[in-house]
Write a protein that binds this ligand. Structure first.
Ligand SMILES: Cc1ncc(COP(=O)(O)O)c(C=O)c1O
Length: 364
């Protein structure tokens, strides 16, 4: 079986994790927690980084830090993993859905303004499968209407928009280190921001709003959360970060080969990279168009029967029971690509021969 996307752990992961065991620093404080935040901030070029137990927690923390809650609306695409939409609900706000672009699969920024109301508080662009949203447009709209921007960069670590790492363009950026992500800590997340005040507040909220009094007792001024990542997992993260540049290069090389081998296949639309971005191609994706001859689901069956693990695109969130009543604009592209899209194997360690085999199955 060629897996969809599995981690690569060939560096110092075990050495650093073992050190946590050997020294008994296995829980939520320790040198690797601090080091992971520091090194991550350095890699993406952000002032502050706050590590969390998963990407969903990072997103919830971002919303809470910016005081987004009951009565507020947050604009987001419906073509996404459900996590960021759920976090909007966790804080009591309402998601408002916009359509996506057919070529990049991410938020269509031309459709944001029509969904803005006096209740709109933030835009939450999700850079799905690795391609960045057109952030200049998002930031201009945010400025015009005085909105916050929280980037869900969980699927786009390593991607760049006009030379800047995604996640650093909006007010806050969130990442995930789940097992299928570019780098993994088993489970984990990170919130980044260039605003020190927000960074400090996010850390405070994520650590139970704990203040230590002179006599060592804990004092809590307001309700806090336990979103902390254990030192052991942060140790894995530090080791993974040491090889991140190589991982991004490998994934980009895989996407290039996929594109070359699939470019002339009638009825297959390949992944793109707009001229102003660098796509990390977290999950290399294709659309199976009507002219292809067989449906997306039939193609998936064929790939799977031949040992190639693949996954259909996200089902639109605005069609899921908890979100059916939420406001949304025209969703024609979202609805269309959700039944045509496939994610193909995209592990860092995927080989050229495996890509050739997958493409030969797709070429019929
Ligand atoms: C777009 C998106 N947002 C958020 C998340 C949440 O991350 P986590 O699973 O670490 O909570 C994920 C992935 O899992 C995701 O794909």
């Amino acid at each position: 079986m060629i897996p969809l996307c599995i981690p690569k752990m060939s560096g110092n992961e075990w050495k650093y994790v073992k050190e946590c065991f050997d020294t008994n620093w296995v829980s939520s404080v320790g040198k690797y927690v601090d080091l992971f935040e520091e090194k991550f901030a350095e890699y993406v070029d952000a002032k502050s980084a706050v590590v969390t137990m998963n990407g969903t927690a990072a997103l919830e923390l971002a919303l809470r830090t910016l005081d987004i809650g009951v009565g507020d609306e947050v604009i987001i695409s419906s073509m996404t993993f459900i996590s960021p939409v759920n976090t909007i609900k966790y804080v009591g706000a309402e998601p408002v859905f916009v359509d996506v672009c057919r070529d990049t699969f991410v938020m269509d920024t031309n459709k944001i303004e029509e969904m803005i109301t006096p209740k709109t508080k933030a835009i939450l662009p999700v850079h799905i499968y690795g391609h960045p949203v057109d952030m200049d447009k998002v930031m201009n709209i945010a400025k015009k209407y005085n909105l916050y921007v929280i980037e869900d960069a969980t699927e786009a670590l390593g991607s760049e928009y006009k030379g800047k790492k995604v996640g650093t363009i909006g007010d806050m950026g969130c990442f995930s280190f789940n097992g299928n992500k570019l780098i993994t800590t088993g489970a984990g997340g990170m919130l980044i921001t260039d605003n020190d005040e927000w960074g400090n507040r996010a850390k405070y909220l994520s650590t139970q709003t704990k203040t230590v009094l002179d006599n060592g007792a804990f004092y809590h001024e307001e309700v806090g959360y336990n979103f902390r990542m254990p030192n052991m997992l942060a140790a894995m993260g530090v080791a993974q970060l040491e090889n991140i540049k190589e991982y991004v290069n490998d994934k980009r090389a895989h996407a290039k080969l996929y594109n070359e081998l699939l470019k002339n296949v009638k009825g297959i639309t390949t992944s793109i990279e707009k001229e102003y971005v660098k796509n990390c191609f977290w999950l290399y994706s294709i659309l199976v168009e009507d002219e292809y001859g067989i449906s997306r689901d039939e193609m998936m069956e064929k790939l799977q029967a031949n040992g190639v693990q693949c996954r259909p695109f996200f089902q639109p969130v605005h069609l899921m029971p908890p979100y059916k009543e939420c406001k949304h604009g025209d969703m024609s592209i979202t609805n269309e690509i959700s039944i045509k899209g496939i994610n193909l194997p995209s592990s860092v360690d995927l080989t050229e021969d495996e890509i050739k085999l997958i493409c030969s199955l797709i070429r019929l």
